[in-house]
Design a binder for this molecule. Sequence first.
Ligand SMILES: NC(=O)c1ccc[n+]([C@@H]2O[C@H](COP(=O)([O-])OP(=O)(O)OC[C@H]3O[C@@H](n4cnc5c(N)ncnc54)[C@H](OP(=O)(O)O)[C@@H]3O)[C@@H](O)[C@H]2O)c1
Length: 312
Amino acid sequence: MCFSGSPDVGTTPSEKSQPKENPPHMTEHRQASEATPPVTLNDGHTIPQLGFGVFQIAPEETAAATRQALEVGYRHIDTAEMYRNERGVAEGIRQSGVPRSEVFVTSKLNNGFHRPDHARRAFEQTLAELSFDYVDLFLIHWPLPTLYGGDFVSTWEVLIEFQKDGRARSIGVSNFLAHHLDRLAAETDVVPAVNQIEIHPYFAQNELRRYDAGHGVATEAWSPIAQGRVLDDPVIGEIAQALGRTPAQVVLRWHLQRGDIVIPKSVTLSRVRENFALFDFALDDGQMSTMGTLDRNEPTGPDPDTFAYIPD
Ligand SMILES: NC(=O)c1ccc[n+]([C@@H]2O[C@H](COP(=O)([O-])OP(=O)(O)OC[C@H]3O[C@@H](n4cnc5c(N)ncnc54)[C@H](OP(=O)(O)O)[C@@H]3O)[C@@H](O)[C@H]2O)c1
């Protein structure tokens, strides 16, 4: 595999990163730090644009999946209290031998813990599960505007505390719509660094991405391949064939060229590798426009304005 990358994700790679004379495992490690372009957040911290999601990985399988992803080269792991696998993420990082400081770790506040005191306790539990003294990014997982009297602002104020005391380097939100973000802007002084939302070719979210960009919020795409649903699309198949790539690579590359942060999940080594090999090709303008025609405004997940799920 030959990876190269540049912060300008729209460009094709230079020739400088040729495979190095190292054992395969080390070669992947060496290339990793060069491979994933960083995105600079509104608080000055950087996040690798490509990360690895661990939703629906069983707690007992998460250490192995995380270690595998790190060995392939990912340096950004996306977990959540709701996934119940934070401990496995930390264990996988330790097993990989990659220093903690080189891995960007995101977790998210669980839905049952929006009240300020609950959020404080839940965050302490996250740090205990991870056995880290900080996370790189902590998000409010869902706005839950029909619960807690519609008050996600006091929850956000608690995340601001976590950032001030250094235990969360960056803070952000997930599944927030423009009117939720408007409330945070009107009622607090801190703009979220990230809004992690569902995005894939059938749900391109151009309006919300524009809102985020206009307010200095980085957009992060969850379910970026719609959990596999977009991979049989004939239009994506044609572009993949033209580029000599797989449909998943075409879709993930489309996300990167739009400038979004992207966090595909896989427990299958060949796919973990495939989803990381995105930095030695590019979609041209015509292929990007064609991908844009696939938008059907068709989410796979729930509506953030009505979603009110609280796990047991
Ligand atoms: N903030 C939120 O509310 C929220 C919601 C959902 C997800 N997320 C985050 O986003 C991450 C990614 O989303 P996701 O896990 O829902 O879906 P996804 O990444 O779009 O798709 C994952 C599914 O696609 C399969 N897959 C992965 N790569 C493939 C490839 N190259 N070819 C064919 N199939 C492939 C995986 O199978 P195998 O694993 O069997 O290989 C898995 O079934 C999550 O893990 C989580 O971190 C956040």
